[in-house]
Structure formats: C-alpha cells, structure tokens
Write a protein that binds this ligand. Structure first.
Ligand code: SF4
Ligand code: SF4
Length: 385
C-alpha cells in the first residue's frame, strides 16, 4: 500500500519551481550546493534559499562530455551538464554556488564551473584524525561566511545562525524519523518512496512547509503500519544500500532491487543516514560555528582517509535495520568508493556473515539486463537464508 502523501511528493518538484521563481521575483537570494559537506545553516542564516545542484539524471551527460573526460563519474558529468546547458532551473536561479574539494574529479570540475557562476570552493581536510583538522575546517567556515556576506550583501548574525541550526536540525530529525519507520518488518515504505521523500529536501523553498509534509507522511505511514499493511510480503529480503549518492533520476538500482523481490529498508549513502544521523549541537554556550564545523566533519565520506566512521555507521545500521544483505553501489570512475568497496566487503563478511554485492554502473540503462541478472541472483540468495 502506497501512502497518499507520496502523490504530493511526486508533484513537489514542479511546485517548488514555481515557488522558487516567485521567491526570486521577491528578491530572495538562492544558493546552490553540491555536497553533504556544504553547511546549509550558513545559507539559511544569510536569509537565502539553499538548493541542491547535484546531478542525478543521464540527459545532460552527453553535453558535459564535450568538455569533460568520458571516464568521469556520472554524478560529476550530470552536474556539469545541467549547469552549462541551462537545463537546471536551480542552477539558473542560483545567485551564488558553494563547492568543496572532495574527490579529484569534482574539485577540478568546479574550476571549470566557476566560469559560469560566482562560486566559493571550501577546502576540506583529507581526513579527520589529525589534530588540526577541525580548526582548519572552522577557518573554512569563517571564510565561507565572509564570502556569503559579501556576495549576498548581508550580515550573518549569531542569532540567525542559532535559528538556522534549529531549523536544519528539525528537518533532519523529521527525515530520520521517517527513515526509522523502515526498521519495522516488513518495511511500511518502499525504498523508492523513502528515497523520493528524502531527496526532496534539497529542493524545498520553504523549509517549514517541507518539514510539515514529511511529518504528514510519517503520520500516514504509522497509520498504515498500525493496520499491519506494507508494500512487501512478510519475509521479503531486507537490503541496505551503501556507496555513492543516489537520487531521483539515478535510482535504477533501488528500483531493480525492489522489482526483483527485495525491500531497500535503509540508505547508508549520502542521501540517507550518512547525513541524517548527525545534528548540530544547539548548546547556547558554544560558538555556533564550532558546533557546525564539528557536525559536518563527522560525515563518513570515502573522500576522507581513513574513513572509519562509515564502518561504525554501517555496522550499527545492519543491526538496527536487521538487514539480510548489503548492496554497495559505485558510480563508474568513482575511485574513492570503488577502492573502499573492498574494505566494506571484508567488514560485512567478517563481522556479520551476510551476503554483500558490489555493483558498478552509471546513470544510463545500457547495462540494465546485466544488473538485473546479478540483482536477481543476490535476492534469491537472501531469500533462501
Ligand atoms: S558522498 Fe561525499 S563527496 Fe559525495 S556528496 Fe556525499 S559527502 Fe559529498
Ligand atoms: S560519486 Fe565519487 S567520483 Fe562521483 S562526485 Fe561522488 S565522490 Fe566524486
């Protein structure tokens, strides 16, 4: 059974576009972001609308390949293609763009992209285990604050920052609560619907309304679950998806897993728990920038070396969501996630003894039959256990 509120989520992208256009007419500023490391609290505190620019569709990739190497991850090519062709209204409406030095492909693509929009590139430390990493990152936040103030013509006050922290925390809390409903067995929400609801976070023009809609979905899903209803039969194999970010447009593996008889109950990836699990400390005795710096540096991304946090999170989620198997998705040419996959495979095998499947693909449908064969065999393996 599909919650009726999902129909609203399905239409949200179009509605948000109209809302964004109206906001621009009313002189609201828009700031585009590409990555989980981008501190949206600073954007909110500047009175601007944060929007996600991360490319999740195949269509603009051919245009991007006129300028970028073909053997680059589809997420980078899609993001660049959307920007240079004017096909992404969110990029078009952005007054300012925030980028980060995460993986090599992305940070070099940003050097090209900054010829199209005013941009600030934050420099991330390479890892979190060195004594100076946090203070380095705090300096980067201060620099970003200055840049936002200069480009948007505003002052980011401490009060505004504290209010923005509360708002972002309440959004993240609502999304986490929604995600956690899938700890129920069978899961009350399909993986595709869960991803759809979480993904829309990046496009909400009015955050409070977005949070309200997530709360409405939570209530409806709880109601459905209380009646013992679910889109899945009891005993459906429960899958955790980890690896590169997925979004709507690049959800083909999520769809395949569910079409082949599985239930994607948990997203460890960037679209899911990797960022939903962390909130900014609201303690008023602390410098809010310290608290923001601390929260963002804890994101367990494969761009960090070492990336111990991913293993800790994965281990916890495998237990909490009682998953039967782990699927690790790597976008082609994503070296950091691709190399880390071997460590993840060993970790899952040695500590949990459950099946693990590594898939490497892109945004196109050219390999869908091969993927289907592998996914079907994997789900059958889980089903027999
Ligand atoms: S996976 Fe890492 S680099 Fe990619 S969006 Fe998430 S935090 Fe950023
Ligand atoms: S998926 Fe990998 S290669 Fe692509 S942008 Fe993210 S970290 Fe970089």
């Amino acid at each position: 059974m599909r919650p009726e509120t999902m129909n609203i989520f399905d239409d949200l992208r179009g509605q948000n576009m109209v809302a964004l256009e109206n906001a621009k007419k009313n002189n609201k500023k828009v700031v585009g972001m590409y990555c989980g490391y981008c501190p949206q609290e600073l954007v909110l505190a500047a009175g601007a609308i944060p929007v996600s620019l991360c490319g999740t569709r195949d269509e603009p990739i051919a245009d991007a390949e006129k300028f970028l190497p073909r053997n680059l991850c589809p997420l980078i090519k899609s993001s660049y293609g959307f920007a240079i062709t004017g096909k992404c209204p969110y990029f078009y409406f952005s007054d300012f763009v925030i980028a980060e030095t995460t993986c090599d492909g992305k940070k070099k693509m940003f050097e090209l992209l900054q010829q199209h929009k005013p941009m600030h590139i934050m420099h991330l430390p390479q890892g979190t285990d060195r004594p100076g990493a946090l203070s380095w990152w705090k300096e980067e936040l201060l620099l970003l604050k200055e840049q936002l103030e200069k480009h948007l013509g505003v002052d980011i006050t401490e009060d505004n920052l504290r209010a923005a922290i509360k708002l972002a925390n309440s959004e993240q809390q609502a999304l986490k609560e929604l995600h956690d409903l899938n700890k129920l067995d069978p899961a009350p929400l399909s993986g595709v619907d869960l991803l759809t609801a979480i993904f829309m976070k990046g496009f909400n023009v009015n955050k409070q309304e977005g949070i309200g809609l997530v709360r409405q979905l939570i209530n409806e899903v709880k109601d459905i679950a209380s009646k013992g209803l679910s889109p899945f039969r009891p005993g459906t194999p429960r899958v955790l998806l980890t690896g590169c970010p997925v979004g709507i447009g690049s959800e083909k593996v999520v769809r395949l897993l569910e079409e082949c008889g599985g239930s994607v109950v948990c997203f460890e990836s960037c679209s899911g728990y990797k960022t939903l699990d962390l909130s900014v400390d609201e303690d008023e005795r602390r410098d809010p920038l310290d608290a923001i710096a601390e929260r963002y540096l804890k994101i367990p991304c494969s761009c960090m070396s070492p990336n111990d946090g991913r293993f800790e999170l994965l281990g916890r989620l495998i237990g909490e969501y009682r998953v039967d198997g782990v699927v690790d998705l790597t976008w082609q040419a994503c070296h950091t996630y691709n190399v880390e996959a071997e460590l993840i495979r060993r970790y899952v095998k040695d500590n949990f003894g459950i099946p693990y499947l590594h898939l490497e693909t892109d945004y196109s449908n050219s390999d869908i039959q091969q993927l289907k064969t592998r996914v079907t065999a994997f789900i059958e393996l889980l089903d027999k256990r």
